[in-house]
Design a protein around this ligand. Structure first.
Ligand SMILES: [Zn+2]
Length: 268
């Protein structure tokens, strides 16, 4: 095979082996292209939500980075669904960001999914949930499109880059964890690169907005931060066996689970 046909074969291989990242094939039919999505320019008032959204994205990046690191270990995820499950166990979205999503006109909990607000069609264009565009300002929407579009080259490059492993595994030359790790690693790598691109895009816009009030460009923005996330007081188990038995008894007779708060905080 000459170089051109070799490259084509690799691309075809990538298309055949391209994992379901949840971003390409399963976008909802009612999602719309970015130009038809009802968003609006960001203003100084949007900075608190943009800050919270940005931190949410950084938390998600950190979770995917740790999933990716685990994939190389013998006990790491061995499928893409394992990797997604592992990610979900390490990331809990900011309740304030989720609450903002639910403010879109006509929000329908059975239809609008905060974990699936955008995707890429088989033709390579980004599409979004109109609810998402209506709930957040344009810089957040644009950063999300940057994230989604980054999945396309990173997924293809990830598979092409592992073509020798894929072939060896399919021929049975290689077996075991190294073969099982190919797809979850491709997914995790694509997510890490996509979150990084989206974060960079949003951070750039946020930095610019903070120093240039769109209403008065020569002035910096002023804004009031969001209220911190409401958390219950951290509850520690009392020391001593009888004190713990007494706490357990009070929970049995009066309901509630104060330990759940302590446990939840400990996991964060
Ligand atoms: Zn993604």
């Amino acid at each position: 095979m000459n170089r051109a046909s070799s490259s084509f074969a690799l691309i075809v291989l990538a298309m055949i082996a391209c994992p379901r990242t949840g971003h390409a094939e399963d976008v909802a039919a009612w999602f719309v292209p970015q130009e038809s999505c009802p968003t609006r320019p960001c203003t100084c008032d949007d900075i608190p939500m943009m800050d919270a959204y940005l931190q949410n994205q950084k938390d998600a990046l950190s979770a995917w980075s740790s999933v990716k690191a685990d994939i190389t270990t013998p006990t790491g995820p061995t499928s893409m669904s394992d990797a997604v499950t592992s990610f979900n166990g390490r990331f809990s979205g900011d309740a304030r960001v989720l609450a903002q999503f639910k403010t879109c006109p006509g929000y329908d909990a059975t239809k609008n999914n905060p974990n699936k607000v955008a995707g890429v069609t088989k033709f390579g264009g980004a599409v979004l949930d109109p609810c998402f565009c209506a709930a957040y300002c344009a810089d957040i929407v644009n950063a999300t499109v940057v994230h989604e579009m980054m999945h396309v080259p990173t997924t293809i490059a990830g598979v092409v880059g592992k073509a020798d492993l894929i072939i060896a595994c399919r021929l049975g030359v290689l077996t075991g964890h190294i073969c099982n790790a190919i797809l979850p690693d491709t997914l995790a790598t694509s997510e890490v690169l996509s979150y990084t691109a989206g974060i960079n895009a949003l951070e750039t816009r946020l930095d610019h907005l903070k120093t240039h009030d769109p209403a008065v460009p020569e002035l910096s923005c002023t804004w009031t931060p969001l209220a911190p996330i409401a958390r219950g007081p951290s509850v520690r188990p009392p020391s001593g066996f009888f004190a713990r038995v007494a706490l357990l008894w009070r929970r049995v007779v009066s309901g509630g689970s104060p330990m759940a708060v302590a446990s939840h905080d400990a996991q964060r």
